[in-house]
Design a protein. Structure first.
Length: 180
């Protein structure tokens, strides 16, 4: 369904747009257009682009493989602290995390590169800015503990269209300058 999430509490504050039956066509129909808050050609794979992350895909994969077990352990400790005791049911039950560990790490890397605001990263990952903020708060200490330093970028994106335009341009030359 075509949906537009609002900035404040987008989990329950959103607008549903009418969807026309498959056989019906109108001249002014907007059902063929993607929702305004979702970039049409951006995928999680495209967000792993070395130009955005400042590291090769292999380096990013190694970073994710290194941090994921520690991130899962950290999450389990937080949940145990909230419950006040060990699990009574098997892992995997209950509310699911909105972002996978790999997505939390990727979002944190992109945020630390200062490419985009948390609102924009939330739009790119399909979550709220608060979810991105929490992910960053979880992952930053792990990055520091593993000696990973993420350099800031000179590029700044304000809208999903800016990111889409970035990917549509020529990829033969480096577009983002590295800072130290």
């Amino acid at each position: 369904m075509p949906i537009t999430r609002h900035r404040f509490h987008s989990d329950w504050n959103y607008t549903l747009h009418p969807q026309h039956p498959l056989g019906a066509t109108e001249n002014n129909s907007t059902s063929d257009q993607p929702p305004t808050n979702r970039p049409d050609r951006l995928t999680r794979r495209s967000l792993r682009d070395p130009e955005l992350t400042g590291m090769t895909r292999q380096q990013l994969s190694q970073l994710i493989d290194t941090l994921t077990p520690a991130l899962e352990l950290q999450r389990e400790e937080v949940l145990r602290g909230r419950r006040g005791h060990e699990r009574l049911v098997a892992p995997g039950t209950g509310a699911k995390a909105k972002l996978t560990p790999a997505d939390r790490i990727l979002a944190t890397v992109l945020h630390l590169r200062k490419l985009a605001t948390m609102n924009l990263l939330g739009q790119l990952f399909g979550v709220t800015a608060m979810t991105i903020c929490r992910a960053s708060q979880e992952v930053r200490p792990l990055l520091e503990a593993h000696g990973q330093h993420i350099n800031a970028s000179t590029a700044r994106f304000r809208t999903p269209a800016d990111v889409t335009t970035f990917f549509a341009s020529d990829h033969n030359q480096s577009k983002i300058k590295k800072t130290s």
